[in-house]
Design a protein around this ligand. Structure first.
Ligand SMILES: Nc1ncnc2c1ncn2[C@@H]1O[C@H](COP(=O)(O)OP(=O)(O)OP(=O)(O)O)[C@@H](O)[C@H]1O
Length: 261
């Protein structure tokens, strides 16, 4: 479980960006965060991961052992330990392109990277078997030994998801996990994420309201650093117009262009 309590974030110059955001995400939820450009979606995600410290408010996280960790105040070892249980799939994937898919899964996310160990000592058979099982689950076991740089965008995104799952996190954060993917691959990634959310809640930032309505269980809409809507997975067109304004026609146009033929 992750609980955000009235978080605010201002720039160094004191300009408010997040203006008091609150929500709680619990077991089984697949939450889509929507909102126009500059609404504060990525900044909210960074606060959830403990990468950015809010100016005020708190982010509370319940770990595997049911310990309550205050990510806003946690430091050093406590923060690193909590962050290991928060899986992240961020834009650009952060994969090491020259390493194989399976090595990318095993070295883990940045911040706990075990690159030296992977290069000089290798991994145990148990680790390799577990990583292979995750790749198998995502239907890319046959790509295990391929350098990630030689994989397609959709395949790389699956490796990034495999890496996050391999850590056995208790919650998954995904910042635009289907950006830059063609519609078939974007849909496939959503089809992977949906059942995964039954094991660990997923909070994702998306620019595709139609896919969010189809696959997510709940939609939180942000605008100007405020939650303007938090509820079920259906938004009417007039709600979307209120949320996005002129940006909606751009989103709809890109979705039309991207429709499979
Ligand atoms: N470190 C920073 N210093 C100053 N302004 C910042 C900083 N980080 C973000 N911002 C500003 O805060 C606002 C929210 O940024 P954020 O990246 O969270 O938006 P977003 O909703 O994710 O947008 P997009 O959909 O375009 O990615 C933007 O106007 C951005 O320019």
């Amino acid at each position: 479980m992750i609980e955000v309590r009235q978080i605010t974030k201002s720039t160094k110059e004191g300009v408010p960006i997040l203006k008091g955001i609150s929500f709680t995400i619990t077991k089984g939820e697949f939450v889509g965060i929507l909102g126009p450009s500059g609404a504060g979606k990525t900044l909210t995600m960074r606060c959830l991961n403990g990468l950015t410290r809010p100016t005020s408010g708190e982010v509370l996280f319940t770990d595997h052992q049911n310990n309550l960790v205050n990510l806003t105040h946690a430091k050093g070892r406590e923060l690193r330990k909590a962050r290991r249980q928060i899986g992240v799939i961020f834009q650009g994937f952060n994969l090491v392109k020259r390493l194989s898919a399976i090595d990318n899964v095993m070295i883990g996310q940045l911040g706990r990277i075990n690159l030296l160990r992977s290069l000089f000592y290798g991994f145990t058979d148990d680790e390799a078997m577990r990583a292979l099982a995750v790749l198998e689950h995502l239907k890319i076991a046959h790509l295990a030994q391929r350098p990630v740089g030689s994989l397609s965008g959709g395949e790389q995104q699956r490796v990034a998801i495999a890496r996050a799952i391999y850590q056995q996190p208790s919650v998954m954060l995904a910042d635009e996990p289907i950006a830059n993917l063609d519609p078939t691959n974007a849909r496939k990634i959503m089809q992977i994420l949906k059942p995964l959310a039954e094991q660990m809640p997923i909070i994702g930032v998306f620019h595709q309201p139609d896919l969010v309505m189809e696959f997510c269980t709940r939609i939180i809409a942000l605008k100007d650093g405020v939650v303007v809507r938090d509820g079920d997975n259906k938004m009417t067109r007039s709600e979307l117009i209120d949320l996005y304004g002129a940006e909606l026609s751009e989103i709809e146009a890109s979705q039309r262009i991207l429709q499979p033929v």
